[in-house]
Design a protein around this ligand. Structure first.
Ligand SMILES: Cc1ncc(COP(=O)(O)O)c(C=O)c1O
Length: 389
């Protein structure tokens, strides 16, 4: 039999990190000691009190059954309490909060709820790759909004043609931003909410990195903007905040009709987050927050070490206010792909080419701060030895 894939996946480029993994494997075969600053997966463990909550919950047979589709009410209440405390935003746990099996899952499903064939989705470029593929899977058309240094890596809404705005159904935004590490201020979110009202566009704000911020900076929730709840939902995740990427727990909050439609898609596809994991999630959100302070300090120290080292090695770079990424200008004579290949083959250091996140990402590489200080010092040594300066 001839196995014929559907058009929607036939021409899909390989998932960015799958391609990098393959290159990494090839270098590993040569015996090189690879340091991986590629994928944004925290190297630190989940705090022990969260693990203990899971262990207890896992023993209770009540938690062995199918969970509720929308999430346990106790988990959704915990999310509401956390939002109130962290952002001073009130949420109705019943209608304005839904649990997700990681925010990637919610982001991948939301276009299925709202996008008809040929509807336009506004997507940041560079951006988290799932916005684009989810749009494609729903039959929608991506309109990319360049994130440029001269605009502090914020989209310039005035550059979006009127006709595009009239056909746009959804807009993805993501601050603190992956991959540029940029942050957005209140004025930007106000403009986004105003645009959404004006053109009937649903905003999906991906807020996966709001808790990883430095030097006392506190990123905003888009829901802090008056009237945002009329047009927006926000995706949040426990993955990065509590080193829980492998646990697959996250949530979406905001406009109840948008949340309900996402729930409608999900009920037909998945059966919710395992209860024991939700119970551990409650402990993460409402329990001792000291580990989060430690996590942030750790990233901040790594950031300072690597930024200083890369500057000495000849790179131009600003220390980011949030996320655990550095968005680094490439050097003359390189493209982003050439520079990442060079760093991998000559220094056994894995980084990600900016162009992998979209054409406007060309000119940069992304470096994740997900190894310890000793390894970062080793990275700096190896890069300095390449003699760029
Ligand atoms: C911007 C952004 N959004 C969402 C996610 C997905 O996170 P999770 O599915 O673990 O919640 C990631 C993961 O790297 C990310 O970088």
């Amino acid at each position: 039999m001839i196995i014929e894939k559907a058009d929607r996946i036939k021409n899909l480029p390989p998932y960015l990190f799958a391609k990098i993994d393959q290159m990494k494997e090839e270098v590993k075969q040569t015996g090189a000691d690879i340091i991986d600053l590629g994928v944004g997966d925290p190297d630190l463990p989940t705090p022990p009190h969260i693990i203990a909550a899971l262990q207890d919950a896992a023993k209770d047979p009540k938690n062995h059954c199918y969970p509720s589709y929308t999430g346990m009410i106790e988990f959704r209440d915990a999310v509401s309490k956390w939002y109130q405390k962290r952002f001073n935003v009130s949420l109705d746990s019943h209608s304005e909060v839904i649990s997700l099996i990681g925010s990637k899952e919610g982001i991948a499903h939301i276009p299925l709820a709202f996008v008809n064939p040929d509807d336009i989705v506004l997507i940041p470029d560079p951006g988290y790759p799932v916005y684009k593929t989810a749009t494609l899977f729903a039959g929608g058309k991506s309109h990319f909004m360049p994130l440029l240094k001269e605009n502090h890596f914020l989209p310039d809404f005035t550059k979006i043609p009127e006709e595009t705005l009239s056909k746009a159904k959804l807009m993805f935004l993501n601050y603190p931003n992956n991959p540029t590490a940029a942050v957005a201020d209140r004025f930007f979110f106000e403009k986004a909410v105003q645009l959404a009202h004006q053109h009937q566009i649903i905003i999906c704000h991906d807020a996966a990195y709001t808790e990883i911020a430095f030097d006392g900076y506190k990123p905003l929730s888009i829901l802090e903007i008056p009237d945002a709840k009329d047009v927006a939902i926000e995706f949040h995740s426990l993955s990065k905040t509590y080193n829980m990427t492998g646990w697959r727990i996250a949530f979406a909050v905001g406009n109840p009709e948008i949340i309900a439609a996402l729930g409608q898609v999900k009920t037909n596809i998945d059966s919710g987050v395992a209860q024991a994991i939700q119970i551990a999630g409650i402990t993460a959100l409402l329990g001792d927050q000291t580990p989060l302070a430690e996590i942030k300090n750790t990233y901040q120290e790594r950031r300072d070490l690597l930024v200083a080292g890369l500057k000495e090695a000849g790179f131009e770079i600003d220390a980011p206010k949030a996320t655990f990424y550095l968005w680094v200008n490439i050097l003359p004579g390189f493209t982003s792909t050439k520079l990442t290949s060079h760093l991998l083959t000559e220094a056994a250091v894995v980084t990600t080419p900016g162009v992998g996140f979209g054409t406007s990402g060309e000119g940069y590489i992304r470096i994740a701060l997900t190894v310890d200080k000793e390894k970062i010092a080793e990275v700096v040594k190896r890069i300095k030895n390449l003699g760029f300066k």
